[in-house]
Design a protein around this ligand. Sequence first.
Ligand SMILES: Cc1ncc(COP(=O)(O)O)c(C=O)c1O
Length: 379
Amino acid sequence: MKQATKFVHAGVEPDPSTGAIMTPIYQTSTYVQAAPGVNKGYEYARSQNPTRKALEDALAVIENAKYALAFSSGVAATDAVIKLLEPGNEVIAGNDMYGGTYRLFIKVFEKFGLKFHFVDMTSADNVSKYINENTKLIWIETPTNPLINIVDIAAVSAIAKKHKLLVAVDNTFATPYLQNPLDLGADIVMHSATKYLGGHSDIIQGSLMMNDHDLREKLYFIQKSCGAVPGPMDCFLMLRGLKTLHVRMDRHCHNGEKIAHFLRNHPKVGKVYWCGFEDSPGHAIAKKQMRAFGSMLSFTLKDDSVDEAKRLLSSTKLFALAESLGGVESLINHPATMTHASIPREERMKNGLTDSLIRLSVGIEDADDLIEDLKQAIG
Ligand SMILES: Cc1ncc(COP(=O)(O)O)c(C=O)c1O
């Protein structure tokens, strides 16, 4: 099946009881059993739910995976992956990634005896330097949030294979439409499905996709034991969102490209971070592992002051000032005080996440209207 067909049809069968083309919302906490242990494959809704099952089947198909698991949020999915580890284990992660992932690693898991190394992953060789006998997992985010750095998934996965390490990739920014990390050698794909997969800014949800059966069983055990599962209504909405991912992404990418070039040519704009520029540091790898360059971009102002950034952030009319990304509507964000506030300032500054950096999630409105909005806000 070609991608567009997959997104529309993935995982969904007509409902066996009525033929309903859309999977019903099975709003139930439990299932009646004919006799103890005799049931229809469903016992208790934390462990199994038919709407969630349809979603998990669909998520597996769109990421070219054998298995998928849905979670109540992106961080809950990440949390499940880290719970595969044991005290004393070490994780190598990027030095530029979503602030909530950093917070989960440092503030929640470090006290259980796990050690995290935050390193520049734009060079795969650099990752090798941090591998020792305690290393168990490499956590990749690419493109990164918010500096749109690119990590070579195939190169890092090849290094990991040599050392028998797991590789997990946060594929939130790229989506399965633009990038499939399992095909490049990764073991686990993680999504904040809250973003492009849902696509309409109305659900918090996460997902994990994998090919290895044992790994699926371990992660399923964590999913049902820890209980961070999404409700059936949210699974239904997510299934609906997936059906249009490819058409939304085409428009996101088209608008992202137009806005990236507009910003780059604006006399008051400093640096623009977008992996589609031919001279951007990660462009060659992005071209190799992605089908297009997405609609997430960040920029600084030549007047590199927080006050000027704050003025701009409060002046847009179409770009809404809000956390999150990947919805049909365009959002503008100030990572230093919003999405990445949990990263200590000196840590942020070291990695290029300056106080005045502005991040855009370019939506699917008319690109010319979005450009006009930015023009008037930059002034
Ligand atoms: C790249 C990335 N990964 C993970 C997350 C966490 O996902 P959620 O907010 O669904 O828990 C986010 C949220 O912004 C994100 O941007």
